[in-house]
Ligand binder design. Structure first.
Ligand code: DQA
Length: 144
């Protein structure tokens, strides 16, 4: 049994109605239910969404000591938040970065992730299934 934090950054609370042609029609609740159905019997999943950088950082700090790893969709913070990057590096918990859209096939500013270098890996472009792949990748990493 692993304790996994699944963190969603800014604007992801709007999933379902936000640019569905880019992000799909599933809501955040749909995604969390799908992850709980898939992994919840064997693992403890904790979900958190916030639009504020500091709230995400505080939440990550509070994971120290009891959480095994993090799956995070940092939203637009991916591309410029050195503070979020430092939080992930600071707690030293294995972290997988996930994106619904393929950030490498979109606008140039989205092609850079300042978080990726402190994550164990990045999954991008598989819609809501990116989260499933992210949790699977993290669980596999934790058994190494
Ligand atoms: C996103 C991609 C980001 O560029 C964007 O700002 C988001 C969502 C994704 O899941 O595809 O908010 O992280």
């Amino acid at each position: 049994m692993s304790n996994i934090a699944i963190i969603h950054g800014p604007n992801l609370n709007l999933l379902g109605t936000r640019e569905p042609e880019v992000y799909g029609s599933n809501t955040l609740a749909d995604i969390e239910i799908a992850l709980t159905d898939r992994f919840g019997d064997e693992h403890e999943l904790r979900f958190f969404q916030n639009n504020w950088e500091g709230a995400l950082i505080d939440y990550i700090h509070d994971l120290r000591g009891w959480m095994d790893g993090i799956v995070i969709n940092p939203g637009a913070f991916t591309h410029y938040s050195y503070a979020l990057r430092d939080a992930i590096a600071g707690v030293a918990l294995p972290t997988v970065e996930v994106h619904l859209s393929n950030i490498h096939a979109r606008e140039p500013f989205r092609r850079t992730s300042v978080l990726a270098p402190v994550c164990v890996g990045q999954i991008s472009g598989f819609g809501w299934y990116s989260y499933v792949l992210g949790v699977e990748a993290l669980l596999d990493f934790l058994t190494r």
